[in-house]
Write a protein that binds this ligand. Sequence first.
Ligand code: TXA
Ligand code: MG
Length: 343
Amino acid sequence: MKTVISTDRAAAVELLRKGEIVGLPTETVYGLAADALNPIAVAKIFEAKERPRFDPLIVHLPNEEWLERVAKIDNRSHAPINKLVTRFWPGPLTLVLDRRSIVPEIVTAGLDTVAVRMSSHPVFAEIISELGKPIAAPSANRFGRISPTTAQHVLAELNGRIELIIDAGRTQHGLESTIVRVRGNSIQILRRGPITAEQLSEFAKINIVAASTQKISAPGQLPSHYAPKTPLDLIDDAKSFSPKNDQRVGLLAWHPRKGDLQIAQRRTGDRRSLQFLAVRNLSEQQDLREAAANLFRYLRELDALGLDLIVAERVPSQGLGAAILDRLERASHGYSVAPEMPE
Ligand code: TXA
Ligand code: MG
């Protein structure tokens, strides 16, 4: 199958109607989309991504009216959910709610809950409203790999496995949506993302569920996610890092550098002793939004260089920094605690 990158939205709608899968931009990362109500179409997502069937998908809604068609909301949760939806939709907030039977089991991996969101991306919004149905869409990468933030990344991941990728340039947030479970007056954060714990704490008590303790409640929060092929280590500051002999190291930097670190050499002047063979600065201005938007692209770029090691400087853990740190930790090679899988 030949994979085409284009901006032909009508072609995307046509393919979705026919039960095919398409790469689509969202405001977070690119998604691999299928008609969520067509189980055979959804099965193609799992196949193309090589995603295990126990890992449920997010259902994207054409509008808020669809919310109660796909999910049951108990009385206690009505008010808090309404507030969250009013404040953050359309946008990068995914709600885990009780599933209605209209949602095929393959979408939710047999769970009795369904994850729903409404994308604010104008291209995605146009396509889904034309389709008039919910769209199931995980990130458009092969399972366990870095999420795509450009159409070219999607091509690199899924070339030959899908017919069409709609190109709308780089995604705005660069990190996958925040996933929450609302229980009465408390909000459990299942996956950190662009909507921060601080923002959510205005609405309810926050409870952050550590990835390593998540079992059946969020089977997809697998630690192996976001893994580059190159080993990655988290460090506090590159100033106090020195590579081992001949080790070829790339730096994903947070701290501003003075001038020529890119070509920083030890006194020998030997090219092989360059401290870092490549440097990507997450944000010159130390702006967490910019850092988040650049994160996956820079990880891919560094990973493509065939280095021995990538070192990444920790970003501050406040606000959006927590979501960036979460992705870096999952990408790091020391991070391999396997949570229990449901049978
Ligand atoms: O920003 C995003 O959320 C992107 C764009 C494309 O919308 N999508 C995305 O999907 O990141 P995906 O499949 O890569 O990640 C969805 C996560 C998975 O880890 C999955 O396990 C979890 O959501 N999930 C889905 N349904 C769930 C449920 N019912 N309960 C708990 N976790 C769920
Ligand atoms: Mg994903």
